[in-house]
Design a protein around this ligand. Sequence first.
Ligand code: FE2
Length: 361
Amino acid sequence: MENPLKLKRIHHVEFWVGNARQAAYYYRKGFGFSQVAYSGLETGQREQTSYALIQGKANIVLTTPMNASHPAADHIKKHGDGVRDIALEVEDADKAFADAVKRGAKPAMEPHDETDSHGTIRRAAVHTYGDTIHSLISYKDYKGPFLPGFAHSHIAGDDCGILRIDHIVGNVELGKMQHWADYYTNVFGFHRYITFDDKDISTEYSALMSIVMSDDSHSVKFPINEPAQARKKSQIEEYIDAYKGAGVQHIALQTKDVIHTVGKLQSNGLDFLRVPNAYYDELPSRVGSIDESIPALQKLGVLVDRDQEGYLLQIFSKPVEDRPTVFFEIIQRKGSRGFGKGNFKALFTAIEQEQALRGNL
Ligand code: FE2
């Protein structure tokens, strides 16, 4: 098994946002994350304020700058709220950083200790697409609530059954997909897991291409999308126009009961994409027998796809900012390790309808 950087897991995803306090409320009340730790003025941190939230094994951090000279201020000015860091836990941050740079990654942060009364971690970072980075974190003796600098600050969320991050998708500029797929191969030792071309993912108007990059254990999967030429503007182009560059398009959160999870998220007020009802008329002949009731799936708008290994159930949120940028997917896997190829057409038609409403098609 090739794992040159001794990658263990996605440690957390950090968003840089305009108002972290309000964003934390949204992810607690909307998605059911629990707040576990806080870093800000009261903990001696004067430059930025951060909230760490957890549900299952999915960790997110929401950070806002406290002054205009903080790099997050420029990031927010350019991109709006968005993902800054897909932080990875590695065995040894110094070694992982040195190897990543040797293998072609651009350094973002030199290895250093981060310490508080709970202990120490080592941290470094490398750049990936756009202004996004991968922090590389390894533990020395840290035993605190989240990471050094964070104080315990617990506010329980109403858990919605989210288990872990399934995959994180990046949108990159036209012609750059292969470059970033090669980056994950060369730097992280990832392999090409699946490729989707514009014949798989096209509608009458717009198209995209995608390569799913995965580590050998298939626990970390980073699909990379680029727009494809078509009659009208690709959803990937709309994202890049709105985000002002490449960045994280969606974070897929895994659940073991999609009907329970999506039911809760919808009653919490989160908005999801809807496909036409005709989708459900064709569903039994397309996917065969499934455990879930089709009317229950239809009521929520959950999509189903089957491959040789089994099936999956998935649904996509609308963007969670005013700019049409980052959104979430909720996915339940029942044997399938795919990405819902059979749903692309219905889904992208639904996305185009939203794009048209925004005046961006
Ligand atoms: Fe996805």
